[in-house]
Write a protein that binds this ligand. Structure first.
Ligand code: ADP
Ligand code: MG
Ligand code: MG
Length: 875
């Protein structure tokens, strides 16, 4: 018989895939002798089996659960349903990767009429036992049986009213028994198909409910967002209960071994006296900082600090722990690697190397490249922030700065964001149901909950700005308002929030780019020492280029020349060129453009000094430069002195059904060689002049776009070489230059060896290559791609992460063919994918020389390239 169920003393942290993260870590803590209430884990394979059986527990699984129940009863010396000392358990879901959206933990399972008596006898507290029972019925009914919570609330309120009770705690044991009688009716207690009175039946139902919750909408959404395969399944942990709510010597809490906010090496957490379960996380009462345990529970505090240290040393990473104190005895209920902000991730990684806990490669692997993106994003301008009106202040739960219009439900936030609005999601508190709204929002503001509340944890994970527990504000989801004192803000009003100081401001505040910490530089320098892939940037303007250099760019992989044409002074010249009737007119218009282009290139070369720069010849269809409206056409006619009718005619002539597949790229150079001639002249003259003036070592790389045919490449290259040689002669310069192409038409990839006869470098333009390989227009098919992802046809957006199976095959093939023909051919990628960590790993694997991405992605790419080197070394 296959083993499906494991006691906590049969597992270890290496068994995550089988036991889930929570189960594996409970087993590990048991193994190293920490105080963990005994229990067992029903494995993820049992979850798969459950689905294979069409949604049922097989006899084998049930048999093994029964055996383990006997074992817990023996170890704990308690029995299910006992009237003196009943065994109660929690049922907790736990996938390989911690995953919100799964079924909520059920506490106190095993309670029924007999066990309630037992609990009362054990604690000498009848009221406590009755309250636990009614809570359990409520919880089980809602999470396992799907009965609406509202129905219980109604009963509860009615009885409270009848008893004249103001608060829940004013209810007596007798009142609570009345509640239980009513609750039992709602849940059909003990009846066929109703609430199971037998603890064993309760348990089996709960296990099935956890397995079912693997496929609820929230869980599916979370998996999609985080790219977790649906096949993984979840495990179920069944653990004997300990009670944090047994009075003033008991309590419950959560803590991190270091600050998840800024990484400071100091315990960070919160606890509540006389409380159970999720009270801390749910923000029901405002918890106390963990340090206060030192006074209220001095011995337990020392124990806890000790265990925290043991766990961190054992796991060699920052831990996020959950614990409960029952009558002055400490129990560990969970440990896992703690989520953290990117700033904290960097500080912790660097500190741990300095503490000799981990090596540099491990440190580099610990930083999520996507996450460091947030460090590079703007904060509020200090002055503007000072003069802004602070309307409230809450906890600085997740750093960053955000402004936008307020929306009060996740759904409204999503709808507004889809319309392109910047949104601040304002909630009393968030729950996993709000996930999609949190994703859509720029920032999140909650009225309740602490630093470890749902909103705080999830926002930090997403790298999204969040202010939590802002008790100054009163949020009404129904009225869609937020009140602060006598001010009222309605849906659509603008506010700004600062996740670093917790302030909430009226209106929008100007933002600035932050300075990077020394630790960031340290991690980056370690990454640079490890990676072999070079990182360039896509930049058209000197100021972008300078920004990219600050972020560590080693060159420009793609400088587009068309953006330069759109500037006000230049566009008339390019338009004159387009409507020219013959070559002479065209040449005249182009020569007016030459000085502009040359100045632009000089600016780029000056910014880049001796770093390599690839400049691409004109690429877009010409009609993109023509006026769009009748009004503009008339104005242009005046401005350049070309009759209106002629302009209209030119626009009509240039109209294309499929401009993306039309008169663009190198086809422009083939039909109008004088364009390529002018651009080549501008590039060479700029390079020679800057080289002479500044002494930089410049080797221009001239890139011909959209080639698909070797003859085409050869034709345009000849034009370029002819002009380049002429300029060299005029300047009496021996400057070297390279002529290469962008590989973006599938045919070019398929015949790359032939193309490489004249191309001295390839740069993979994977945006177009993806578009043409799939036949998916990148400008029109956004909605289709979204649907494809929803239906599971695509795992992710093919324009964000390279399709390694199809498009990647072309890239790899072209790289191999290219190198075969020309062994020293330079290979790079300049599509959107050049900044995507998975795609970067692919580029490393197939041996490209560099990736090129937008300036802000450069640090992401440097880190991802280092990780690619580490991963592939291990392989
Ligand atoms: P989550 O994954 O949402 O953190 P957990 O399974 O960790 O859910 O359960 C949440 C909380 O429930 C725990 O932090 C703990 O306080 C409480 N809990 C779970 N199991 C037990 C138990 N055996 N005894 C006492 N409290 C428990
Ligand atoms: Mg939970
Ligand atoms: Mg937990």
């Amino acid at each position: 018989m296959k083993k499906f169920v494991y006691s906590f003393n049969e597992g270890s942290k290496e068994m995550k895939n089988l036991l889930g993260g929570k189960g594996a870590n409970l087993a590990e803590m048991t193994k190293i002798g920490l105080p963990v209430p005994f229990g067992f884990t029903v494995s993820t394979e049992a979850c798969t089996d459950y689905y294979d059986q069409g949604g049922a527990l097989s006899d084998d699984i049930i048999k093994q659960i029964d055996e383990k129940l006997v074992e817990i009863e023996k170890v704990m010396g308690k029995k299910f349903g006992d009237t003196k000392d009943p065994l109660l358990v929690s049922v907790r879901s736990g996938a390989r990767i911690s995953m919100p959206g799964m079924m909520d933990t059920i506490l106190n399972l095993g309670l029924n009429d007999e066990a309630e008596k037992g609990l009362a006898a054990l604690t000498g507290n009848e009221r406590f036992a009755a309250d636990s029972f009614r809570r359990f019925i409520q919880m089980f009914a809602s999470v396992v049986m799907g009965i609406e919570m509202k129905r219980f609330d109604e009963v509860f309120e009615k009885i409270k009213e009848k008893a004249g009770a103001k608060f829940d705690v004013d209810l007596t044991a007798d009142d609570l028994h009345e509640v239980i009688v009513e609750y039992k009716k709602i849940v059909k207690y003990g009846e066929e198909g109703g609430f199971p009175a037998e603890p064993r039946d309760q348990l089996l139902e709960a296990v099935k409910a956890v397995f079912r919750s693997w496929n609820n909408d929230r869980a599916i959404l979370y998996r999609k967002l985080n790219k977790i395969p649906d096949e993984y399944g979840t495990a179920v942990n069944v653990q004997s209960m300990v009670f944090g709510n047994m009075g003033e010597t008991s309590g419950t809490g959560v803590a991190f071994t270091r600050s998840p906010v800024n990484g400071e090496n100091k315990i960070f957490g919160e606890f509540l006296v006389n409380a159970q379960g999720e009270d801390v996380v749910a923000g029901i009462r405002t918890p106390k900082p963990i340090e206060e345990m030192k006074t209220s529970f001095p011995e337990v505090y020392d124990d806890f600090m000790n265990i925290a240290e043991v766990l961190e040393k054992h796991y060699k990473d920052m831990q996020d722990m959950e614990f409960t104190v029952e009558r002055n005895k400490l129990y560990m209920l969970q440990t896992r690697v703690g989520k953290r902000t990117s700033a904290a991730a960097i500080k912790i990684a660097v500190d741990m190397v300095n503490e000799a806990l981990i090596d540099k490669e491990t440190a580099v692997m610990r930083i999520d490249p996507e996450q460091i993106d947030q460090l590079l994003h703007p904060a509020f301008d200090e002055k503007a922030e000072k003069s802004a009106k602070v309307i409230a202040s809450g906890l600085p739960a997740s750093p960053g700065a955000a402004g936008g219009k307020v929306y009060f439900t996740a759904n409204d936030a999503e709808v507004a964001a889809e319309k392109g609005e910047a949104v601040i999601l304002v909630r009393e508190e968030t729950s996993p149901e709000d996930l999609a709204g949190m994703v859509a929002a720029q920032g999140i503001l909650t009225a309740r909950g602490g630093m470890t509340s749902h909103a705080a944890v999830v926002a930090r994970g997403m790298g999204k700005c969040c202010v939590a527990g802002c008790s100054d504000i009163v949020v009404s989801e129904k009225e869609k308002t937020m009140k602060v004192g006598d001010l009222t803000y309605v849906e659509g009003d603008s506010i700004s929030i600062n996740g670093v100081n917790g302030n909430v401001y009226e209106g929008l505040i100007e933002t600035v780019t932050p300075e990077l910490s020394g630790d960031f530089g340290t991690i980056m320098s370690w990454a640079d020492g490890i990676r072999t892939l070079k990182v360039r940037t896509n930049a058209d303007q000197p100021q972008d280029a300078r920004q990219a250099i600050e972020f560590g760019a080693e060159g420009i992989g793609l400088c587009r020349t068309e953006h330069m044409f759109f500037e006000e002074e230049r566009i008339p010249a390019i338009r004159r060129m387009i409507v020219a009737e013959n070559e002479d007119e065209r040449r005249a218009a182009l020569s007016a453009l030459l000085p502009f282009q040359k100045e632009d290139f000089k600016g780029i070369y000056e910014a880049m000094e001796s770093r390599p720069v690839t400049i691409r010849l004109l690429d877009p269809p010409l009609h993109e430069f023509l006026p769009k409206t009748d009004e503009e056409t008339r104005a242009l006619s005046e401005q350049i002195g070309v009759p209106y009718e002629k302009l209209v005619q030119a626009t009509t002539d240039l109209h294309e059904f499929n401009p993306m597949l039309g008169h663009r790229g190198c086809r422009l150079a083939v039909t109008y060689p004088e364009i390529a001639e002018m651009q080549t002249q501008a590039i060479l003259e700029a390079a020679i002049e800057v080289k002479t003036e500044k002494g930089y070592d410049i080797i221009p790389e001239i890139m011909i776009p959209l080639t698909g045919i070797d003859k085409e490449m050869e034709y345009v290259k000849n034009i370029v070489v002819e002009v380049a040689e002429k300029v060299k002669k005029e300047y009496d310069s021996d400057i070297k230059y390279l002529v290469g192409t962008m590989i973006e038409v599938p045919r070019a990839a398929l015949t790359a060896d032939e193309v490489a006869k004249s191309a001295e470098f390839f740069s993979f333009g994977t945006n177009d290559l993806t578009q043409m390989t799939f036949g998916f227009s990148r400008d029109d098919t956004g909605q289709i791609i979204k649907t494809y992802i929803e239906k599971g046809i695509f795992k992710e957006d093919i324009f964000q992460s390279l399709d390694q199976t199809g498009v990647g095959k072309l890239v790899e093939m072209a790289a191999t063919l290219g190198r075969h023909e020309r062994s020293n051919i330079k290979l790079g990628i300049c599509g959107e994918h050049g900044g995507d960590p998975n795609s970067i790993e692919f580029c490393h694997r197939i041996g490209l020389n560099y990736v090129s991405c937008s300036p802000y992605r450069v640090p992401v790419a440097r880190l991802a390239a280092a990780q690619a080197a580490i991963i592939n070394k291990e392989k």
